[in-house]
Design a protein. Structure first.
Length: 551
């Protein structure tokens, strides 16, 4: 049990029972039998958290998080402010400084808590990254079998050829039953997610049992490590066409990264986290973690099919009112039910996709797609970007969505997230932007801004762009039809180049102003969004990073 000795040496853990590298089937049964905690706001801390469906172990595991943590706890996410790392980290509201002395005290208390209680902890040894040139051994150690199963689903289990692997190993200690005390521990609440770059530790203490914490925390680590090697870490999906052409699609949650990358005519590299090195693109993961809310099963058959597959974990989808989960077929679940959270999700192994690229790797991208879902309904469905425009829209990382889920709420809310993943970008945006531009220029990649949002008016008054039209626009971009000899109109407000024609798409669709009944209203809405872009650019002082204002 070398891993146990390593955990004793690293943390001082003693007298702990470990269940090491259990299979997916074993973890399924362990989760149902043992995962206990709060699942209702007024509930106790010993309630069942994981359930089977009618398919039993041959189908998905259904898991419910603490109601205060149905998404990433960004206000409780920190990095230890060690002197050697402090100047390199991009400090912000969703990655705050943690006092080193407070952190060391908290870590010791968590270890003492475990040594006193002597619980069973689940250990999974996986890797962050499919390419040995940057891959990091990642050891998950935690109280919930569901989290261990998630780690097993989401990360490669075997990566050969890693030099000095043990020195590179990162360990997550994930203890949801512990309660932080802010005055004593230096946390902001009873929970904290803390990255320790000096000792290569991810500490999760308290009610932070959202499964995404297990992957986004190590992704934040990789975003810090990879640029030092000269490699670009990317919050994007990727796939490969029949002629071997690789494409990557950047985008925030809900913009279509998973949906558009799951294309039966293209091999999937991955749906969320990738690295771009000297030899091409590779997946940091070995699974997919997709939003489920309002899933259109006809439009997204690959994702829908994975709902019923062995190894899948469904997160926070409510049970049916008239049937217990144990009697429910996964396809019967109401994916429009927001009773638990808007952020219902599920994770599944990459192998649930019928068409996966060998080794989860591809060549250098021919096409870069920046995805946005504009709920204001004013951006063009597709725009062709070059040079300075790519950098501008990359660091802005714009999308827009409804401000909430209340009936009648019509005013969209703009979201700007640098590099299309600001919360887990641990270095300044210019670091990633420069690497992206260098790679694009070196490998002659083209770029489009693809709007998967609303058309003909704002959300609540107009329909969302059809997946059919979006796929045709995407395919045209991937084929080079929007670049090679294409004609353009220049948007008068956004200064974006809009193709005049696209195979299979009505040309009137390509200019968003044409679709609005009231042109004056469109012009006013477009100017408001343009001003939001300008304000965000100035607030973040992107000009000081060498980014040109193009809008």
């Amino acid at each position: 049990m070398e891993f146990a000795a390593a955990l004793t040496q690293k943390f001082g853990l003693t007298g702990i029972t470990y269940k090491y590298n259990l299979s997916g089937e074993q973890l399924f049964h362990e989760a149902i039998a043992s995962d206990r905690g709060r699942v209702r706001g007024d509930g106790a801390d010993d309630e069942q958290k994981a359930y089977a469906t009618r398919l039993g172990v041959k189908g998905p595991l259904v898991f419910y998080t603490d109601p205060t943590c149905s998404g990433r706890p960004v206000s409780d996410t920190f990095a230890v402010a060690w002197p050697e790392a402090e100047s390199q980290i991009w400090w912000k509201d969703n990655l705050q400084k943690y006092d080193p002395e407070k952190y060391e005290g908290l870590l010791k208390r968590v270890v003492d808590y475990l040594n006193e209680r002597r619980p069973t902890l689940y250990v999974q040894d996986v890797y962050a990254g499919a390419d040995a040139i940057y891959s990091v051994p990642y050891r998950f150690v935690g109280e919930y079998a569901t989290h261990a199963m998630f780690a097993r689903n989401m990360f490669p289990k075997h990566v050969d050829g890693i030099a000095d692997a043990e020195r590179k190993r990162w360990t997550m200690l994930n203890i949801p039953s512990f309660r932080c005390e802010p005055e004593r521990d230096g946390s902001r609440s009873e929970r904290a997610v803390i990255i320790d770059f000096r000792n290569q530790i991810c500490l999760v203490a308290g009610r932070a049992d959202y499964c995404g914490v297990v992957k986004k925390t190590i992704f934040t680590v990789m975003n810090f490590l990879m640029p030092n090697q000269g490699y670009l870490s990317m919050h994007c999906s990727g796939n490969i066409g029949a002629r071997g052409d690789t494409a990557v699609m950047f985008g925030l949650s809900g913009t279509g990264k998973t949906t558009l990358s799951a294309d039966p005519d293209r091999k999937l590299i991955g749906d969320d986290e990738h690295g771009w090195t000297d030899i091409g693109v590779s997946n940091l993961e070995d699974g997919c973690y997709a939003k489920l809310i309002d899933l259109d099963k006809q439009a997204e058959p690959i994702i829908a099919a994975a709902l019923s597959m062995e190894g899948t974990i469904i997160e926070n989808v409510p049970p049916l009112a008239d049937k217990p989960l144990e009697q429910t077929d996964p396809q019967e679940l109401d994916l429009t039910d927001r009773a638990v959270t808007e952020n219902t999700r599920f994770c599944y192994p990459l192998t649930c996709n019928p068409n996966v690229a060998e080794g989860a790797k591809g060549g250098h991208p021919e096409t870069i797609v920046l995805l946005t879902a504009d709920a204001f309904g004013v951006l063009p469905p597709v725009s062709v970007l070059e040079g300075k425009e790519v950098m501008y829209h990359f660091v802005q990382g714009f999308t827009a969505k409804l401000a909430g889920t209340e009936v009648g709420l019509k005013e969209p809310q703009a979201t700007f997230s640098a590099c299309f993943g600001a919360p887990f970008m641990s270095r300044r945006p210019s670091v990633y932007a420069k690497l992206l531009r260098q790679n694009m220029e070196k490998h002659d990649a083209r770029c489009v801004l693809l709007n998967t949002g609303w058309h003909g008016g704002p959300a609540g008054r107009a329909p969302r762009m059809s997946i059919r039209d979006t796929r045709k626009l995407l395919n045209a971009a991937l084929n080079g039809d929007l670049h090679n000899g294409a004609e353009y109109d220049i948007h008068p407000v956004f200064n974006l180049r809009m193709p005049k024609h696209c195979p299979g798409v009505n040309s009137h669709t390509l200019d968003p102003r044409r679709a609005w009944p009231d042109k004056d209203e469109y012009d006013a809405a477009a100017r408001r969004l343009r001003d939001m872009f300008r304000e965000n650019f100035e607030q973040n002082n992107f000009a000081s990073f060498g980014i040109d204002a193009v809008m």
